[in-house]
Structure formats: C-alpha cells, structure tokens
Write a protein that binds this ligand. Sequence first.
Ligand code: SF4
Ligand code: SF4
Length: 304
Amino acid sequence: MSLVQIARTNPQAPFVPLHSLDALWFQVGGTVCNLWCTHCFISCSPKNHTFDFMSRSQVRKYLDASAQYGVKEFYFTGGEPFMNRDMLDILADTLEFGPASVLSNGILISPRVAKRLHEIAGASLYSLELRISLDGFTAFTNDVIRGEGSFRKALAGVKNLVAEGFLPIITCMQSWEDAENAMVLADFTKMLHGIDYSRPRLKIIPPLRIGREEARYRGYTEAEFIAPEMLEGYDERQLLCTSSRMATDRGVYVCPILIEKPDAKLGDSLEESFVPYALRHQACYSCYLAGAICSNFAPARDEQ
Ligand code: SF4
Ligand code: SF4
C-alpha cells in the first residue's frame, strides 16, 4: 500500500506519542525463517530477505544507546531468531543490560542450544524468557498452518527448554471462537503435561490480518480501523507503540507488526524514532481491541 493509498484509507488516523521507551525489540532474524506458516503476518520464509539478520555489532550499538533512555526489557524476533548464528552471543550481550525474551518457533532449540541458554541466563542477574509458537495442541491443527513435522520438532524444543529449567511461554494465534477458549486452554495444558511440562504458560494472541494471514483467512473489513473518537477515554498506553520501538538491520520502526509498511520506518537511530505515529493501518485495530498483543503477558491467559 502506498502512502497515498494509506492516507485515503484512514486520513483522520489519530497520532499516539512514545510515552517512554520501556521495551526495545530487535528484528534479529530479519524476515528469514525455517518455516513458511500460512498465517505469518510479515510473510517470513526461507527465501524472504526483505530484512536480513542483525549482526552482533548492530545489536550492541542499540543496546549501548538504550541505556540512556531507560529501556527496561528487550525482545528478539524474526523470522526465526535462532537462524541468526550470532544469536547466543547477542543474548549474552543483552543480559548485561536487562531482561530478554526470544520469540521462536522452537525448532532449532536442540539440547545443546537449551543448555547454552541455561548457562547464559545463569550468568546474568536478569531473566531470559523463551516464547515458543504453536498453533494447536495436536500435530493436525498445528501442521496445517506451520508445516508438516513442525509440531513434533517444536515440542522437542519445548522439552529441551523444560529440561534446562525454563518455563517457556507457549504462544498460539486464536483460530477458534471465544466460547471455546476454556476447552482449548485445557487441551493445551493437558498436551504439555504429557511432555513433562508441569507448569505450562500459555499466551493466546488474536490474528493480525496482514501478510499471508490476509490470504489464508481474510483481511480487515472496511469498518476495522481506528477513528479519532475511539481513543477518547481509551488508555493508549496499552498499545505497544507508545512504549517501545523495533530495531532492524535497516533502521528503527514503530513496532514489530508493521515493518513491511514504508511509513513505519521512523529513522536510523533510536533518537530519530521518538516521534508520534498515526494509527492509520488496519492492524492497529487488532492492537486496539486486544492491547499489547506482542508483549509477554498482556493480554496473556496464563495457565499454571
Ligand atoms: S509465523 Fe513465525 S515461525 Fe511462522 S513463518 Fe512467520 S516468523 Fe516463521
Ligand atoms: S500495529 Fe499496534 S503497535 Fe503497531 S503502530 Fe499500530 S497500534 Fe501501534
């Protein structure tokens, strides 16, 4: 979508400021992934190099700069972060600055990688969280979206993490009706107990109807956008873009969701990105409804 088309789509889009830089995200895996999920909202794949891996020195530059802005936590995503050969060193660097979370599909988390993650976490005062994506509690429901064999491989990664003392957050895109939530969460929990994950944590996220998800199921309707009056009385701090930014190999973007939108690039440095942003994209509507859908716990539905 061109900037002209965006302006036509939602010319009255309200702006939100960056209240504080609480979290810094890294597109450390670029748009390169070992899976080709049919719902991927930034269309990642083994061949998508629209964004490439971030180097250790690129990440370090942002970490050094983040200290002066009081960043409290760091998130790593992609693509698949563990396809980046520097990932373990990058995490060791990051844990000098604050807590870190990695969003992964789990497939490359071998016993060796899990052990190294345990060592890296153990050497830091800060916590290391792993979020593993699954799209169903059976191979049938997961693999139709994430690819054949991906359920078995992701669960192996979860098991390896659990064996090293981690409590990975299992993340799943909601593809069922709200009324079925309790049943789905119960089945997820039962499945995870079956692989000796006795205290599973689950996070259900709403679909983002962009990228491949737009073709898989549906895009946004014309009624799904943010009008200025919708922010009256609304706590805009729920939106990730009011408290975080996304660093990539080609500059700083407003959030992890919109990196493919040309207007979402805000500058080449953190400082340049400290500008208000107009919520003109329809994906903003999903954030509006659900809150900080990318963060670890809100609106997570944790099950112990
Ligand atoms: S949804 Fe995640 S695991 Fe699937 S293709 Fe996209 S980045 Fe890769
Ligand atoms: S997609 Fe969400 S986080 Fe990104 S700019 Fe829109 S409201 Fe903010």
